[in-house]
Design a protein around this ligand. Structure first.
Ligand SMILES: *Cc1c(COP(=O)(O)O)cnc(C)c1O
Length: 504
C-alpha cells in the first residue's frame, strides 16, 4: 500500500514555487512578526485606542497593482507603519463601542497555525473537520441541545441569522421552495421580532426572498424585551388575515441595551403556535457560561436555532460566527445538494457522509473552528464565563458612577454589559455626539452612540476581557472634561488629556 516518498536527492522545487529560497530568512522574519505582534497585544495600553488616518497615509492604499515582487521585510514594514497604528482599536481595553471582542494572544497563535495548515473545511475526511465537529458538540452541550443537533461556523451572526431564516423557510414551505422559489405561499409567510432586534434580521428576510416587510416589528416593554402579549396579538391578526406566521426571532442581548427577551415565554408561545423559534444570541448567548447570568437565558435550550458570535464575548479573533440548529435533519434539508464533484465515498479522503458544505451556502471554508477550539480548551469555559461576568460587573460599576455624578444621566437600565447615558446639556444630542467624537480622537476611549426614545445616548458596551475599572474611570473623566469644554461659552480648545494609567 505505502509508497516511498521521493528520494531527497532527486527532489526538486517547482520553478515557480512561492516557497522561499532561504527558509532561515523567512523564519527570522516570521519570529520578528510574532514578537512584534505579541508586544503589540502586551503593551496595548501604551497606544491610543484609535486615531484618525492622515490623508497622505490613506493615499498609500491607492497604489497600482504590484506586478513586480517586493521584499517581505519591506511589505511588513508598510504593515507596521501604516496598518497597525490605524486599526479599529478593539484589542485596546478602552474600546467600548458597538459590540467588539478583544481577541487574545492564544487565538492569534491558533489563527497562524490554521493558516499554515491551510485546511478547507467544506468537507472530506480530515482532522480539522473533527475539530469543528468537536466545537459543534461543545456548543450543543453549552445550550442543552439534544444529540442530533447540528452547527456550523460562519462569518458572523448576520450570516447565521440569514441561514436560520432559510432553514425556517424550508421547514415552512417544504422541499419545493428550493426548486420553485418562495412562490405564492412564500408571500404569505410572516416573521416576528422585537423593535429592539438587530437590523440584520430584516435584511435576512429580504435576502431570503420574503421581503423585509414580512418581518413584523413587535413592541417592547420598559426593559426593552419583546412584549409577548403584543406578539400573540400580531400572530393572531395575521392568521385571521390568511397569512402564515412561521418564525419568531427572540433576542438574547439586544444591541441597544443588552436586553434579553423572556425566552421561556417565547418558547412556549412558539410551541403552541408551531412557529420556528430562533434566538439571536450574537453576543448575549455566551452569558450561558457564567453561572450567575445563565438563569437569565432560561428557555434558550428550547430554541429551534441559535445564532451567536464567538468573536464577541467569546474573545476569539474575528471572525467566528456560529449557527446551532436543534434538528440537524432540517438544517441539512435547507442546504444539502447533490453534486458529482462532491461525491461521498466510503474510504479515502472523499469519505464521510456529513460535510459542512451541506449546512450552509459556503463550499470552501476556512478553519475558524481551530481558534475557537484553542480558546475553549486553553481558558476553559469557567474562565470565559468569569470574563463575561467581569464585563457585567464593570457595567454595574459604571452605572453607579453615573448615578453619583449630577452632570450625567443614565438613559436605560443596565442589563448586562451595556450602559447608555449622556452628559446633561441644553443641546444634548449634539453635545453628546461631539463628546463621543472627541473621545475617539483623543485616543482615550471609544464608546459609540445610539438613539433611545429619540435621544442620543453615549453607549458603552464592555466586551473586552482587558477592560478594567481604570479604563472606565478614564473614559468617565474624559466625558466630563469634554462635556464641560463643549458646553462652556467661548471655550478654549481642549487641553490634552493624559492617557489612562497602566492596569494595576
Ligand atoms: C453583532 C450583532 C449581530 C451581527 O453579528 P455580526 O457578527 O456582526 O454579523 C446581530 N445581532 C446582534 C444582537 C448583535 O449584537
Amino acid at each position: 500500500m505505502s509508497l516511498v516518498a521521493p528520494d531527497p536527492e532527486t527532489r526538486s522545487q517547482a520553478n515557480q514555487t512561492l516557497d522561499p529560497q532561504d527558509w532561515k530568512q523567512i523564519r527570522a522574519q516570521g519570529h520578528r512578526m510574532l514578537d512584534d505582534m505579541i508586544d503589540y497585544i502586551a503593551d496595548i495600553r501604551d497606544r491610543p485606542v484609535w486615531q484618525p488616518i492622515p490623508p497622505e497615509l490613506r493615499e498609500q492604499f491607492r497604489a497600482p497593482l504590484p506586478q513586480a515582487p517586493t521584499e517581505l521585510a519591506e511589505v511588513y514594514r508598510e504593515f507596521s507603519d501604516l496598518v497597525v497604528p490605524y486599526a479599529t482599536g478593539n484589542v485596546h481595553p478602552g474600546f467600548m463601542g458597538w459590540v467588539h471582542g478583544g481577541g487574545s494572544a492564544v487565538g492569534m497563535l491558533a489563527e497562524m497555525l490554521a493558516a499554515g495548515l491551510n485546511a478547507n473545511l467544506g468537507g472530506r475526511d480530515h482532522m480539522p473537520i473533527e475539530v469543528e465537529r468537536q466545537v459543534v458538540d461543545w456548543t450543543r452541550q453549552m445550550f442543552g441541545f439534544p444529540t442530533g443537533a447540528s452547527g456550523i461556523f460562519v462569518t458572523g451572526t448576520s450570516m447565521a441569522n440569514l441561514m436560520a431564516v432559510l432553514v425556517a423557510r424550508r421547514a415552512a414551505l417544504g422541499a419545493g421552495v428550493r426548486q420553485q422559489g418562495v412562490g405564492g405561499e412564500g408571500e404569505l409567510l410572516r416573521g416576528y421580532t422585537s423593535a429592539a432586534a438587530h437590523g440584520c434580521i430584516g435584511r435576512a428576510m429580504d435576502i431570503a426572498g420574503l421581503g423585509s416587510n414580512a418581518l413584523r416589528s413587535v413592541a417592547v416593554d420598559q426593559a426593552h424585551r419583546i412584549d409577548v402579549a403584543a406578539l400573540r396579538d400580531a400572530v393572531a391578526r395575521d392568521r385571521a388575515a390568511g397569512l402564515k406566521p412561521f418564525l419568531v426571532v427572540a433576542s438574547a442581548g439586544t444591541v441597544d441595551i443588552g436586553a434579553i427577551d423572556d425566552l421561556g415565554e417565547v418558547a412556549a408561545f412558539c410551541r403552541d403556535e408551531k412557529l420556528w423559534f430562533h434566538v439571536d444570541g450574537a453576543f448575549g448567548a455566551l452569558a450561558i457560561l457564567s453561572p450567575d447570568l445563565a438563569p437569565r437565558l432560561a428557555g434558550i435550550e428550547q430554541a429551534d436555532s441559535i445564532a451567536l458570535d464567538f468573536h464577541k464575548w467569546g474573545q476569539v479573533p474575528y471572525d467566528a460566527g456560529f449557527l446551532l440548529v436543534r434538528d440537524g435533519e432540517r438544517h441539512r434539508d435547507a442546504f444539502a445538494q447533490p453534486a458529482a464533484y462532491l461525491r461521498r465515498e466510503t474510504r479515502g479522503l472523499a469519505a464521510g457522509q456529513q460535510w459542512p458544505c451541506d449546512l450552509g451556502p459556503d463550499l470552501s471554508r476556512g478553519f475558524r473552528a481551530l481558534k475557537t477550539w484553542f480558546t475553549l480548551k486553553t481558558f476553559g469555559t469557567d474562565r470565559l464565563g468569569a470574563v463575561i461576568a467581569q464585563t457585567c460587573a464593570l457595567a454595574k460599576y459604571l452605572d453607579a458612577c453615573i448615578l453619583a455624578e449630577p452632570q450625567l444621566e443614565l438613559l436605560a437600565p443596565v442589563n448586562l454589559n451595556i450602559v447608555c447615558f449622556r452628559y446633561r446639556a441644553d443641546d444634548a444630542d449634539v453635545v453628546n455626539g461631539e463628546i463621543v467624537a472627541d473621545l475617539h480622537e483623543s485616543g482615550i476611549a471609544a464608546p459609540s452612540t445610539t438613539m433611545l426614545d429619540g435621544r442620543l445616548a453615549i453607549r458603552v458596551a464592555i466586551v473586552n476581557h482587558r477592560t478594567a475599572r481604570c479604563d472606565i474611570d478614564a473614559m468617565l473623566a474624559a466625558v466630563l472634561s469634554f462635556g464641560a469644554q463643549r458646553t462652556m461659552v467661548g471655550a478654549e480648545p481642549l487641553a490634552e488629556i493624559e492617557a489612562p494609567p497602566l492596569a494595576p
